[in-house]
Write a new protein. Structure first.
Length: 256
């Protein structure tokens, strides 16, 4: 199995990479600001007898994304799993937010996700298999004071995920209901969250690829083949740890 993870150098992206590697998956790590950490991670992952390829992809730049997608398809083919995890955050009063920060929020948090999905979905549809995980935030549902622009981007992620499942429906039957799942870290604070919670979140993401999806896209009359998922940050610490513990047992089922 080949897994592509954006924002893979630190936090949830790194934790997901470690979890997938434990299950024997090869990895494509997309990073830019934390490129040094992603390269260090790749070296460590190779000691686990899996392949780990690092791409320097500036997700603010649509041209760079398209170039990276083309290189990946040429060298590795279509990934089996895409984890759209990368994101940026800027806070402040709506009237004080710099235009360049607004542009970066939308470019990285939603436009890059759309562009990457656009590049890889055709291959998934053609082979009738694949998994897409889009990471959002509770602020996409409720909105956050002094986080207006960030909240807007995360609401867009939720809408994009729902619409993507419907758009695939003419060729693939959409089975199930999209539902925001409990998060394992605070909405905007993954870098401040204890490592155990980040690892727990990674476990949830990995377990989603087993049988935990609320949205399943499948060819009519067959078992689930292509799945679209939505993860939403924002549960309390207690709920986070409980969810992580409950789902840990299912991680080993992945890739069987």
């Amino acid at each position: 199995m080949l897994v592509l993870i954006t924002g893979a150098g630190t936090g949830i992206g790194k934790a997901c990479a470690m979890e997938f590697a434990k299950q024997g998956a090869d990895l494509i790590l997309l990073c830019h600001k934390s490129l040094h950490y992603a390269r260090e991670l790749a070296i460590n992952l190779k000691t686990m007898n899996v392949k780990a390829m690092v791409y320097d992809a500036d997700l603010k730049d649509i041209g760079a994304i398209r170039k990276t997608v083309k290189e990946i398809l040429s060298s590795h083919g279509t990934p089996d799993v895409i984890v759209n995890n990368a994101g940026v955050w800027y806070g402040g009063l709506v009237q004080d937010m710099a235009s360049q920060n607004v542009d970066e929020l939308f470019n990285v948090n939603i436009k890059a996700m759309i562009e990457l999905t656009k590049g890889f979905v055709p291959g998934m549809v053609e082979r009738h298999s694949g998994n897409i995980i889009n990471v959002s935030s509770m602020w996409g549902q409720t909105g956050g004071s002094c986080e207006v622009h960030y909240s807007a981007t995360k609401a867009a992620v939720i809408g994009f995920t729902k619409a993507l499942a419907k758009e695939l429906a003419p060729d693939l039957k959409v089975d199930g209901e999209l539902q925001a799942d409990a998060a394992l870290i605070p909405a905007v604070g993954e870098k401040k969250a204890p490592g155990s919670k980040i690892a727990g979140k990674a476990n949830v993401l990995v377990f989603r690829l087993s049988d935990g999806s609320k949205v399943t896209v499948r060819p009519s009359g067959t078992e689930p083949k292509l799945k679209v998922y939505l993860e939403v940050y924002g549960a309390t610490a207690a709920a986070a740890e409980a969810a992580g513990a409950a789902l840990q047992a299912g991680v080993s089922e992945l890739l069987k």
